[in-house]
Design a protein around this ligand. Structure first.
Ligand code: GCV
Length: 702
């Protein structure tokens, strides 16, 4: 026994010396000591050259093996799909070969057995939506400036740009993504200027060999704002002609251009309703112009007006009457929840409800409401929860995934989008663990039935694991599994629930500080600000209780769900507690399933969130020997910040709600350490950043 301990200590010491500094730029594609191999059938195209290069530089299979790459028709294999064996990849397209090669290498590196099988993607279009502005800023971006845009006086393309884009495209391809929307949905009309389109062409030329197609977000008023027309009315023939001309210009530069994303009549963006036209009339005009080129329109359903009593109902109310009125190359892009990427929302009732219209899921990879790139929150579990939610729209098993991936409605075009978290930071995503969210989105877009546990396992092995056969033989692998992989994976898998606990437990939502959406702001309600942009609209706390009544006696949003969900959410005995205050306004004394009162339960949940982050700090500190110093210290410092943030959330929310509940915080729970008046006084522009409570005032649109 003693000898084993000594050997372990020795191994740890050696291992620690061996972990080199890593700035995280190589993501899950770190350099490895590959074995030699021979590749047959690769051909000479750029895409096949990339497949070859990846095999040569990353092969961990049998040394001197022969790997065969074959392209031939096969009814079982879809365009991006592939058939795999331990030493062959067969596909119907070159992209399929590339995806198959990445999968083969991933299986080797994560030490999984390569079974002979066919793999097809769940969605045809697997897209990152970049909210990048032409001036180089990134809306809700927390990892530095845009990787695509540098400002209007800086459109010339450099070699450094190309190399960065190639790195980005490679990372995307390696996880199965095949499209990028290059600019913000709050779109500047200028993106369609000839100078910017030339930059789009340069980007797409770099992305194309990796199988990534380019898309753009467009401003619906572009004909007037950019083209100088008198109107942008979609039914005006001069407007339709302007779009047709612009689209021709785009396809001349970018022959495989994918299409447009449109945010219309939403948060001040122009749209067809400005001219008395419907969303369908607006979308169809663009769809008709794109049709000859085989392009698609992704028309967002993120709409809400200040006058409605329940924002959660509005997308459904506005879009349902339009079912069946959209062209087949229009896909309605719907955020996973009915409000806005909150830490927890039930799925949007639109999924599966519009049966004659293609729908796609929009997920948010960037952590706008989940701690920016400062907090460790693995979002895969949240997306898995949404994708696997049963809508019951076509009977049991009509999950959100199946309602959007074509398996129920047989849609001609299918897609899924994730709002990207990339920027110029050397590790691309700010937080090293935010890379896992990019990775997870790609993996789920390829296979929407994957489990988050598998994804986390893969990502940790690829990002932190060793591929040195000597180390593996020396038994370090086993130690790594128990001391690093297991606890860190558990930390990742529980991290979203932890964030829900310390910020918005039991179905609370949208109680953030204004603008930057980082810390708590349940009190924020200045006069003159529209109510649906203030937290009290959502939490409805008063001396009687807390929560948004969406039952029949309230806004009746429950009616938008298919049975049995309507009844399940409506009935307090069956409503899942995770959605309790989303659907119900309840007295503070309400008895929870735990036997506690609602107030006490709320206190316990907030406290639990804080305790969980404290636990993560310990887990991470124990992993010191398995991670290079650079990444170890970065994550350690971010976890410290997260622990302070969690405390601010707990104290801010509990002290604020306590004014209404008028009950003590249960005595077994740790006492608040901040004063409510202090937290309120720094609202809304604060981040308590350093240990000595230095206040950082950040710009309005952080
Ligand atoms: C791109 C939320 C975000 C906005 C975002 C919007 C959208 O409101 O705060 O930054 O705008 O969603 O998805 O269009």
């Amino acid at each position: 026994m003693k000898i084993k301990v000594i050997i372990n200590i020795f191994l740890l010491a050696v291992m620690h010396m061996a972990v080199r500094a890593d700035d995280g730029h190589d993501l899950w594609l770190r350099k490895i000591n590959a074995s030699p191999l021979k590749v047959v059938g690769a051909g000479k195209s750029q895409k096949m050259a990339i497949a070859m290069e990846e095999l040569n530089s990353r092969w961990l299979g049998e040394a001197d093996a022969t790997v065969t790459l074959t392209i031939r028709p096969d009814k079982q294999i879809k365009p991006d799909g592939y058939r795999l064996t331990a030493n062959s990849v067969q596909a119907t397209t070159e992209s399929g070969i590339l995806y198959g090669v990445y999968e083969l290498l991933r299986l080797q590196q994560t030490r999984q057995h390569v079974r002979s099988r066919v793999s097809n993607p769940s969605y045809q279009n697997r897209l990152l939506n970049h909210w990048d502005n032409l001036d180089g800023s990134v809306e809700r971006g927390y990892a530095g400036r845009s990787i695509f845009w540098k400002g209007k006086d800086n459109v010339a393309v450099t070699e450094a740009d190309r190399s960065l884009w190639a790195g980005y495209a490679r990372a995307c391809a390696s996880i199965g993504l095949n499209g990028s929307v290059l600019n913000n949905v709050n779109a500047s009309p200028e993106v369609l200027s000839t100078a910017n389109l030339k930059r789009v062409k340069a980007i797409s030329d770099v992305l194309r060999p990796y199988g990534i197609r380019t898309f753009l977000s467009v401003n619906f008023s572009s004909p007037k704002l950019l083209g100088g027309l008198k109107t942008s009315d979609p039914l005006d023939p001069t407007v339709a002609r302007w779009w047709a001309g612009k689209i021709k210009e785009i396809y001349t530069l970018v022959p495989d251009f994918g299409g447009f994303v449109v945010k219309a009549n939403s948060e001040g963006q122009p749209g067809p309703q400005d001219f008395g036209r419907t969303h369908a009339e607006g979308a169809n005009m663009l769809a008709d112009a794109l049709k000859p080129w085989d392009g698609i329109v992704m028309w967002r359903a993120f709409v809400y007006s200040s006058t409605d009593k329940d924002r959660a109902r509005q997308a459904y109310s506005e879009f349902m009457p339009l079912d069946g009125k959209f062209r087949d190359n229009v896909i309605i892009q719907v955020k996973n929840g009915p409000i806005d990427f909150q830490p927890r929302e039930p799925f949007s009732p639109l999924f599966g409800a519009m049966k004659k219209t293609s729908m796609m899921n929009e997920l948010q990879i960037t952590q706008e409401y989940l701690g920016h790139s400062k907090q460790l929150v693995f979002l895969s579990t949240m997306w898995e929860e949404c994708l696997k939610s049963d809508t019951y729209q076509e009977g049991r098993g009509s999950t959100v995934a199946r309602c959007t991936n074509g398996s129920i409605f047989g849609n001609k075009y299918t897609a899924i989008a994730g709002v990207a978290n990339t920027g110029l930071d050397s590790n691309w995503t700010g937080h090293d663990f935010a890379q896992a969210n990019w990775y997870a989105f790609g993996r789920l877009a390829w296979n929407d039935t994957l489990s988050s546990a598998q994804i986390a396992d893969e990502w940790l092995r690829l990002t932190f694991g060793s591929n040195d056969q000597n180390e593996i033989n020396a038994g370090k692998d086993e130690l790594w599994n128990t001391e690093f992989l297991k606890p860190v994976k558990e930390m990742m898998l529980s991290s979203r629930e932890t964030a829900v606990n310390y910020s918005m437990p039991l179905g609370l939502h949208h109680i953030f500080a204004a603008n930057h959406h980082y810390g708590p702001g349940p009190w924020y309600a200045p006069t003159g600000v529209r109510p649906d942009w203030t937290p009290p609209y959502y939490h409805q706390a008063d001396t009687m209780g807390i929560g948004f009544d969406r039952t029949r006696s309230g806004s009746n949003a429950v009616r938008q769900y298919h049975q049995p969900l309507t009844s399940q959410f409506e009935d307090l005995n069956t409503c899942p507690e995770i959605y309790l205050l989303w659907f119900h306004h309840l007295p503070w004394s309400y008895k929870m399933r735990s036997g506690r009162t609602l107030w006490d339960e709320l206190c316990f949940r907030y406290d639990q969130g804080v305790q969980q982050v404290r636990e993560y700090q310990k887990i991470w500190d124990k992993s010191r020997n398995y991670v290079d110093q650079e990444r170890f210290l970065r994550v350690q410092s971010k976890l410290k910040q997260q622990a302070r943030d969690a405390q601010v959330w707990k104290d801010g929310c509990l002290l604020y709600f306590q004014q209404f509940s008028r009950r003590p915080i249960p005595y077994e729970i740790e006492r608040p350490v901040y004063d409510l008046s202090f937290l309120e006084s720094v609202n809304p522009l604060y981040i308590i950043r350093s240990a000595d409570n230095e206040k950082e005032i950040i710009p309005n649109h952080y």
